[in-house]
Design a protein around this ligand. Sequence first.
Ligand SMILES: *[C@@H]1O[C@H](CO)[C@@H](O)[C@H](O)[C@H]1NC(C)=O
Ligand SMILES: *[C@@H]1O[C@H](CO)[C@@H](O)[C@H](O)[C@H]1NC(C)=O
Ligand SMILES: *[C@@H]1O[C@H](CO)[C@@H](O)[C@H](O)[C@H]1NC(C)=O
Ligand SMILES: *[C@@H]1O[C@H](CO)[C@@H](O)[C@H](O)[C@H]1NC(C)=O
Length: 214
Amino acid sequence: MASLQSNLLLLLLGAAAAAAAADETTTSVRFYMHDTMSGSSPSAMRVVQGPNSTGLGFGNGFGDVYVVDDPLTEGPAADSALVGRAQGFYAFASQRADAAAQLLCLNLVFPNGSTVAVMGHDPIYAPQRELPVVGGTGAFRLALGYVLVRTHTRNTSSGDAVSEWQLHLAANSSAQIDPSSTSTPSSGPSSRTAAPFPSFHFSLFCILILHIIK
Ligand SMILES: *[C@@H]1O[C@H](CO)[C@@H](O)[C@H](O)[C@H]1NC(C)=O
Ligand SMILES: *[C@@H]1O[C@H](CO)[C@@H](O)[C@H](O)[C@H]1NC(C)=O
Ligand SMILES: *[C@@H]1O[C@H](CO)[C@@H](O)[C@H](O)[C@H]1NC(C)=O
Ligand SMILES: *[C@@H]1O[C@H](CO)[C@@H](O)[C@H](O)[C@H]1NC(C)=O
């Protein structure tokens, strides 16, 4: 009997902890990054040329470094509403042509000056890449999270690319990206708060019932 009571107590404590954990939600927002190497007004410029600049195709190779000031827009079209800019650099950091990868080191700069810092490994041909959010400023002070990046379009001869960015910030990262601050709310980037995993409490409830029956 004593053991049943202590089991119940442990389960109730576990359920309380789970309820607290479920309150930790994630804020997500999607936008598109336009990285243009070609043309008369490129947003990405090579500042260092590695010794083997044909190694990876589209005129790039291991060691190349680009500084970028890429527009971030709500949709994939070039004339879609501007949400912010990605400013920083990337370096071609893999020597394997079949596993081209960049070190990406960017600040996402929003119109009011708040920033989100992203730094990580970007294997550019992978269908989806995950990059860490390492911090932020202003509304995003102490931000923690990650970005899921997918190539939307890439011109393999010019290197110009549009990529989709899904930015996920932990609930404790105080700010949420507010599309109304940069454009009309109706056409803003999707922003949602993930619901807590719904069946978690139900499973705890089932375990509790099983213990009582036992
Ligand atoms: C240039 O890079 C390609 C792809 O990484 C590699 O296969 C080739 O051996 C490199 N050439 C030289 C001279 O390093
Ligand atoms: C890809 O880039 C090349 C070279 O800049 C250009 O001639 C071509 O029109 C581009 N293709 C598309 C679909 O934009
Ligand atoms: C959330 O952020 C505040 C500071 O803004 C900090 O004091 C608190 O410990 C954080 N909570 C978690 C769970 O990280
Ligand atoms: C600044 O812009 C960001 C992104 O849209 C937004 O989340 C934040 O609330 C704004 N306000 C401040 C004070 O930075």
